[in-house]
Design a protein around this ligand. Structure first.
Ligand SMILES: [Zn+2]
Length: 114
């Protein structure tokens, strides 16, 4: 489960940032996870819950915004979004002449500290 190692690095970043800015607790962390990032949101939330124990984020709320897979198709000149973790053809016109530009995200959107 690579979500555990990702949760650990996230916790590390969050704790450092919290300390650097002179705060004592992390109250919430909001992250953005792309559906094509290979990270399972449920497993990620579970992993974060497990690794946060005893840390500055031990009571932190963990919010995950899932970003759908999306891209731009040169065949029909449209932006598309879709379910699932990969795309083989444009869901609108079935062209394979497209570029994926959304869905690989893994980023901290905001965090609240105290
Ligand atoms: Zn298309």
């Amino acid at each position: 489960m690579h979500e555990v190692s990702i949760a650990l690095s996230l916790l590390d970043i969050v704790e450092k940032k919290c300390q650097e800015e002179g705060y004592r607790f992390v109250e919430s962390v909001r992250v953005r996870v792309g559906s094509a990032s290979g990270i399972l949101p449920a497993a990620f939330a579970f992993a974060f819950d497990a690794v946060k124990k005893g840390s500055l984020a031990s009571d932190a709320k963990f919010i995950i915004d899932v970003v759908p897979l999306g891209g731009f198709c040169n065949g029909c000149k449209s932006h598309f979004e879709m379910e699932g973790a990969f795309v083989l053809e444009c869901p609108i016109c079935a062209s394979s002449y497209f570029r994926v530009d959304k869905g690989h995200e893994l980023q901290i959107v905001e965090m609240e500290v105290n």
